[in-house]
Ligand binder design. Structure first.
Ligand SMILES: Nc1ncnc2c1ncn2[C@@H]1O[C@H](COP(=O)(O)OP(=O)(O)OP(=O)(O)O)[C@@H](O)[C@H]1O
Length: 425
């Protein structure tokens, strides 16, 4: 039985890259826990520190209640599967699955039975005497997983095991992996950058950004009530509308959210209005998922936004429409980030010398040309309001539409991108 505690864990690589910052997590025994975040946020580094493949710079790692910072990988009773789970090419599926048991000196007859049983569970029964090179990518990943699981590790670590597979196979395998690891009862830490994979598989998710945990919780909670603008945006597909507003307290109405030329009012009886009072006269960010907006008859009684349809996209079971609403929007990545240090910026820009000239040629940039300024820096864009519609209804481009807003599902963040008040559902 193994739970995992990360107590203020940090990692600085030689050369000074701060890959993981003060991570505090408790992963319960038997939990399927997902580390989710964009490329470079430190997911793999964290996983490798749990596995013992990377030294921990600061803080403590506890496995099953014991400090494990200095424990060698083999003493941790962990098994790990990578993106391309390596198999012994000259051994059959049976040989690959059998190998860890042979090394451990298990009884050959019992080991043989276990291999057959696991191959059956993994849908590999018919392939048991085949060599890896004769298998598909998905089948090979299944064998790699089986090989990691066969010794019943206390802790099972997976680093993007599905990322090299095509979309159909990924969908199929994520269901299988989730039920397989749950059936073994092993505590599992699963790394991915794919929010759908995380949401569908996890008991709980930690969203990482720049080496730090932004939010941690069950998938439904993270989706319904994200702690930051970044988490709201990262977990949204289609993307959440992030609207720039100013909050005003209006005596007989509630907290009015001024969205460019439009308004929404959070009435005083809504508990979130009280939390918004502290932001009177200040900028706030309003997150509106496309399905929070529904096409409504003009001039209806409820809260609504208006816009002119610019484009519509067919998505099979629904339409996604884009409307010009004149409301300023914000970029989720601009929030909660410390300003980039000068040294880091210099390291990220092109090198000098002949190689630089060659690179600039290849990239089409002139030698004296300055780095382009980040898009929309210091100002807010006016982009489209995205809303979804059932497949039967299709507004025409150019049409003026009224969009009823489900106020209960608005996401409210302060000027630093942090949740102002919890969402009611
Ligand atoms: N061996 C290393 N030496 C120096 N820096 C490293 C090393 N390994 C990773 N890094 C840096 O640490 C940061 C985190 O990397 P890590 O691989 O953990 O991120 P990740 O979230 O797993 O990314 P990806 O999804 O792209 O694999 C990155 O900035 C990366 O460049």
């Amino acid at each position: 039985m193994t739970d995992v505690v990360l107590d203020g864990v940090g990692k600085v690589y030689p050369g000074g890259v701060h890959a993981v910052r003060n991570v505090r997590l408790h992963i319960a025994d038997g939990e399927l826990f997902v580390l989710l975040g964009p490329s470079g946020c430190g997911k793999s580094t964290l996983l490798r520190m749990i596995a013992g493949l990377e030294e921990i710079t600061s803080g403590d790692l506890l496995l099953g209640g014991r400090i494990a910072n200095e424990l060698s990988p083999r003493d941790r009773n962990v098994a790990m599967v990578f993106q391309n789970g390596a198999l012994y090419p000259h051994r059959t599926v049976r040989g690959n699955l059998m190998f860890p048991l042979r090394v451990a000196g298990d009884d050959p007859a019992e080991a043989g039975e276990r291999v057959v049983e696991l191959a059956r569970l993994l849908g590999l029964a018919g392939l048991i005497d085949r060599l890896p090179r004769t298998l598909s990518g998905g089948q090979r990943q299944r064998v790699a997983m089986g090989r990691a699981l066969i010794r019943e590790p206390a802790l099972f670590l997976m680093d993007e095991p599905l990322s090299s597979l095509d979309a159909v196979l990924r969908t199929e395998l994520r269901v299988e992996i989730a039920s397989l690891v749950r059936s073994t009862g092993a505590t599992t830490v699963y790394v991915t950058h794919d929010q759908v994979e995380a949401m569908t598989m996890a008991d709980r998710i930690a969203v990482l950004r720049d080496g730090a945990v932004e939010d941690v919780g069950a998938p439904e909670r993270l989706y319904r009530d994200p702690a930051t603008v970044f988490v709201a945006a990262f977990l949204s597909s289609p993307p959440v509308n992030l609207l720039q507003a100013t909050a005003w307290s209006v005596q007989d109405a509630g907290m009015v959210l001024e969205l460019g030329p439009q308004r929404l009012t959070v009435p005083w009886q809504d508990p979130r209005a009280a939390a918004l009072i502290g932001h009177h006269g200040r900028p706030v960010v309003v997150g509106v998922r496309p399905d929070v907006l529904t096409l409504a008859p003009p001039g209806g009684p409820g809260p609504a936004l208006t816009g002119r349809v610019r484009a519509v996209e067919f998505h099979g079971d629904h339409w996604l429409a884009y409307a010009e609403a004149g409301i300023p929007t914000v970029d989720a990545n601009a929030f909660g980030r410390p300003p980039e240090p000068v040294a880091a910026r210099a390291a990220g820009s092109l090198p000098s010398g002949r190689l630089a000239a060659r690179l600039r040629d290849l990239l089409g940039r002139g030698a004296a040309e300055p780095e382009p300024a980040p898009e929309h820096e210091g100002e807010h864009r006016r982009s489209d309001l995205m809303f979804s519609l059932p497949a039967g209804t299709r507004p025409q481009p150019g049409e003026q539409v009224e969009l009823a807003v489900d106020l209960d599902r608005l996401l409210l963040f302060d000027a630093d991108g942090r949740r102002i008040a919890s969402n009611r559902r």
